[in-house]
Design a protein around this ligand. Structure first.
Ligand code: PEP
Length: 251
């Protein structure tokens, strides 16, 4: 089994002072893990986070980036700007961005390509709504999110990409997918990557689960054969709880 990649998505939470306190608390708690630890902070906390985590095993990610290198895109941030300040990862296509900011598979694809071209490692989010799951459309939705979201992305780029399967009904709701639901959905996603990139690449690809993963349910989820890590929202805001998730799986 692979070591896991555990990423915290802070969303629009924590100012600079809270960022400093969080990182100082987290450092000793995760220093011995073999899992990869990532914190995805608001843009304004990124530079601070990069400085404070230098020389540690904590990596820093943003929560979005634009697809253009520069230009008339008021309020947006280019991937190269993130790269320049030492950011390594970037979440793309989170369901909140799809829901509130008009993100589509096409824009997810454009942002992912731009992030890769700038040398960032994208964490590409996919997942079905409750209505899609209940009406039997889950597989169709996931398949098109993968096919359209990864169009034109080559094997080398895939190796620098993480996928997060996040059923929308489980995000921020306290309703976690069961271990089996999460494992089965990720197995289905992996099958799509087998078709697009072949078995070797698909097996190497990291596919995380996200959706109300926390200190109590993380070890069960991370024991599943298809689940290569977690994207954690609410439970990533408290250093001790987040560290418990990070340390929940040991190979
Ligand atoms: C998320 O925002 O990606 C997420 C999984 O949130 P939560 O853990 O709070 O459900």
């Amino acid at each position: 089994m692979k070591n896991k990649i555990i990423a915290g998505n802070w969303k629009m939470n924590k100012n600079q002072e809270q960022t400093i306190a969080f990182i100082n608390d987290l450092k000793p708690l995760v220093k011995d893990t073999k899992n990869t630890v990532i914190i995805c902070t608001p843009y304004l906390d990124l530079e601070q986070a990069v400085c404070l985590t230098a020389g540690t095993n904590i990596h820093v990610g943003a929560q979005n980036c634009h697809w253009a290198e520069s230009g008339a895109f008021t309020g947006e941030v280019a991937p190269s700007m993130l790269k320049e300040i030492g950011v390594e990862y970037v979440i793309i296509g989170h369901s909140e961005r799809r829901q509130y900011f008009g993100e589509t598979n096409k824009t997810v694809n454009a942002r992912t390509k731009a992030a890769l071209e700038a040398g960032l490692k994208p964490i590409v989010c996919i997942g079905e709504t409750l209505q899609e799951r209940e009406s039997g459309k889950m597989e169709e939705v996931l398949a098109s999110q993968i096919k359209e979201g990864f169009e034109g992305i080559d094997e080398e780029q895939l190796r620098r990409t993480i996928v997060a399967y996040e059923p929308v009904w489980a995000i921020g709701t306290g309703v976690t997918a069961t271990n089996k639901q999460a494992n089965d959905a990720i197995a289905f996603c992996r099958k799509q990557f087998v078709e697009l990139y072949g078995n070797d690449e698909a097996q190497k690809l990291y596919i995380q689960y996200g959706g109300s993963m926390n200190a109590s349910n993380a070890s069960g989820l991370l024991l599943q054969s298809e689940i290569d890590g977690g994207l954690i929202g609410g439970a990533s805001l408290d250093a001790e709880k987040f560290a418990t998730v990070v340390n929940a799986h040991k190979n």
